[in-house]
Design a protein around this ligand. Structure first.
Ligand code: ZN
Length: 257
């Protein structure tokens, strides 16, 4: 059974067709999807989608570039969503220096939500872009305080991966590992052990080859899993069971067999 630990089914691209998306991922053998919030609205909608579909869980959180700061009021809203039974994490949260912006403000928002995750004993789904040094420093200190952390769409290279492995982080890989020019993944795979691996779509973005550029969906997760099986020298069945078991462990999901 395949697993997608980072989907955005609340995106415009899926409006009015969630049921169709769910039946096609079921048909493709995907048995667990974690839908990720990035602001209050998407976190609330994620809660709603998760209530309706047994294999969908969700996270609540404030993304670094999506405009909502971690004020007391916003943090209470996240806390309220996090108390719902199918909320399995805080996220996505993190740092993104790609478009400039106020780094100190981003760090403040990130740290406030790491504190919330610690308080609620929930894992975090972390977005990291162009911020390797700061992310290393933060995760080095915080991993002792969190149940788990997933570096989503990992793209910080093999040298940083060695350190993130040492700190106890998990690594989620998506469609990008199927792209022809992504040589870095071979180096990263050499240093990330199998028990730290997760698969994700980040849908509607990052569709794997041969659907690159199209709307991504959880039903394409088998293509990412096949690529990982090749990189790790296992069968697709073996790696998909490991990936599912890792996802259940990280997000503390007990009611999926
Ligand atoms: Zn995302």
């Amino acid at each position: 059974m395949f697993s997608d630990t980072h989907a955005h089914l609340t995106d415009e691209a899926f409006r009015g067709r969630i049921d169709e998306v769910v039946s096609s991922f079921r048909a493709a053998g995907v048995g667990l999807v974690i839908n990720i919030g990035y602001d209050l609205k998407s976190s609330e909608e994620s809660a709603y989608i998760a209530q309706k579909h047994p294999e969908i869980y969700f996270t609540a959180g404030l993304h670094p570039t999506d405009g909502e700061p971690a004020t007391e009021a916003n943090l209470s809203a996240v806390r309220r969503l996090a108390a719902m039974p199918k909320c399995v994490g805080i996220g996505e949260i993190g740092l993104d220096y790609h478009y400039g912006g106020d780094r100190e403000e981003q760090k403040k928002n990130f740290l406030a939500q790491l504190s919330l995750a610690e308080e609620l004993k929930l894992p975090v789904s972390v977005h990291a872009r162009d911020c390797t040094a700061d992310m290393l420093e933060i995760m080095k200190g915080w991993m002792k305080r969190l149940p788990a952390a997933v570096l989503h769409c990992y793209s910080m290279g093999a040298e940083a991966a060695k350190l993130f492995v040492r700190y106890g982080c998990h690594f989620a890989f998506g469609g990008a590992i199927t792209f022809k020019n992504n040589r870095q993944i071979y180096e990263v795979a050499k240093v990330v052990p199998k028990d730290r691996l997760l698969t994700e779509t980040d849908c509607p973005y990052m569709a794997p080859v041969p659907f690159r550029g199209e709307v991504n969906e959880p039903k394409y997760i088998p293509l990412v899993t096949e690529k990982l099986a090749g990189l790790y020298g296992t069968t697709v069945e073996e790696i998909s069971e490991i990936l599912l078991s890792n996802a259940k462990k990280v997000f503390n999901i007990r009611d999926i067999k």
